[in-house]
Design a protein around this ligand. Structure first.
Ligand code: PLP
Length: 465
């Protein structure tokens, strides 16, 4: 305890944590994680916690996964890092081949960076420069179209594409403007409609918007199927496929941000596969190294790549890169991660686990404060509301999400909420029992904080897996 107290004190004195109200942190007794093993984390007191959000959505196969450990160690014996500007190295080459082999058809070039935000930054700059340099040119194409409530990272370009007021509004004066489509989110439909009688009106509106701007749009940017940071909002079935069709028809690029959804999280290798969609540019990061090291990639087509070729003095070069682009240790971890997908039946397993999760989650739908339950594969959100009929939220000072997860933590499960949405995002290596226990813990936490009242079930929805 003494050591933990000392560490806490030093932390509070020297550190500023991301996405954290430090005034609360300074009053709190934060956990200090010392060790990980499988799907569990251990704090400095030796207490064991289930990693219920996969260390913020990055971990796939648990901590201390043997093959990944060994791959990183063996790369460490060769070289930890050398630059990728003007040089190459074997792990980056092997990884590019492996990544392209599992990417949607048509994607054939890998541009590395080191996190999801930079992968999206690269996607935006690449799309913009492409239109300026491609044969015939199209300098008028300079607009981006994105969804409201979008999240694409925290750097200025990705914040520009983002649409979450809570995170992004204060920076608006610094950002380039992006055209917005209302988020296609059924529980709080921006058009006040409901399915199926709406006949996907949101997709009609989206098509109209793309067609109306078709001369000036450089690209449309989306998180395919699940808008994670917005609270696990699920795109209605068919929307993404129609977006792909209309962007193709109008010659507009489609950028899919698979940073959260990629690498099996939604039940397929990439979420866009579920609607048969191949984007022109795809950004990946989070799960890429199994949750070990910061590495990201922006994957694109030969068509886009070729627009950057030319005599040196024409300067068609893509002038973008980072000190740690394609870090070899990260690449080694990513190769080992993709090898697990090759060797084991990861995806069918995720589908089975997702069914278990859906079955357990359904039991919560009658709770009088559970407004909506949304799930895709092993990504789920339970939206807590003050009033189930009106769907009214609790006031922010109630800190409902934070308080629920603190209750759950005392039961040995680490979660991190998004506002009043309780996020469940377990490692893909979880067992059926662990999935059941995770949902039970979340349910217990909600009861412990709000009481266990069950309504007659009116309005409690469960969206599909
Ligand atoms: C997390 C996330 C990002 C940002 O990735 P970082 O590695 O945190 O910079 C971008 N897009 C989506 C969809 C994400 O979930």
């Amino acid at each position: 305890m003494e050591r933990t107290e000392r560490l806490r004190k030093s932390d509070k004195k020297a550190i500023w944590h991301p996405f954290t109200q430090m005034a609360d942190w300074e009053k709190d007794d934060p956990l200090i994680i010392e060790r990980g093993e499988g799907n569990y984390l251990f704090d400095t007191e030796g207490r064991k916690y289930f990693d219920g959000v996969s260390s913020l959505w990055v971990n796939l196969f648990g901590h201390g996964r043997k093959e990944i450990d060994e791959a990183v160690r063996s790369q460490l014996d060769r070289v930890a890092h050398s630059t990728f500007l003007g040089l190459s190295h074997p792990p980056a080459i092997e990884l590019a081949e492996k990544l392209l082999a599992v990417s949607p058809p048509g994607l054939s070039r890998v541009f590395y960076s080191d996190n999801g935000s930079t992968a999206m930054e690269v996607a935006i700059k690449m799309a913009f420069q492409y239109w300026r340099q491609r044969e015939g040119g199209a300098e008028g194409r300079r607009e981006f179209l994105a969804l409201s409530e979008a999240y694409h990272g925290d750097t200025i370009g990705s914040v520009s594409a983002g649409g979450i007021d809570l995170f992004h509004k204060i920076f608006r004066p610094l950002l380039f403007s992006v055209r917005r489509l209302p988020v296609p989110h059924c529980y709080r439909c921006p058009y006040g409609l409901s399915r199926p009688s709406c006949s996907l009106f949101c997709a009609d509106r989206m098509e109209e918007e793309v067609r109306a701007r078709k001369e000036v749009l450089a690209a449309t940017i989306v998180e395919p199927l699940v808008q994670g940071a917005a609270g696990m909002l699920l795109m209605p079935e068919g929307y993404l496929a129609r977006l792909r069709a209309v962007t193709r028809e109008c010659g507009v690029l489609l950028v899919c941000d698979e940073v959260a959804t990629g690498f099996g999280r939604t039940g397929t290798m990439f979420a866009c596969e579920q609607e048969g969609v191949s984007p022109d540019i795809m950004a990946v990061a989070k799960g890429m190294t199994g949750g070990y090291l910061p590495l990201a990639a922006t994957v694109t087509t030969e068509e886009i790549y070729r627009a950057f070729l030319g005599p040196y003095e024409e300067f068609k070069t893509f002038f973008h890169g980072h000190s740690y682009t394609a870090n070899p240790l990260g690449c080694a971890a990513a190769i080992a991660t993709l090898s697990v997908f090759e060797r084991e039946d990861v995806l069918p397993r995720v589908s089975r686990l997702a069914e278990t999760m859906a079955f357990e989650l359904k039991k919560l739908s009658g709770h009088r404060n559970v407004g909506d339950i949304r799930q895709k594969g092993l990504m789920a959100g339970i939206e807590i509301v003050a009033d189930k009929e009106t769907r009214e939220r609790f006031p922010p000072e109630r800190k409902v999400g934070q308080r629920v997860i603190r209750k759950v933590r005392d039961r040995g499960v680490i979660l991190r909420p998004l506002g009043d949405v309780i996020v469940l995002l377990p490692p893909l290596s979880s067992s059926e029992e662990e999935i059941e226990a995770l949902v039970h813990s979340a349910s217990w936490g909600i009861d412990a904080f709000l009481g266990g009242g069950h309504s007659s079930g009116s309005g409690g929805g469960h969206s599909s897996t």
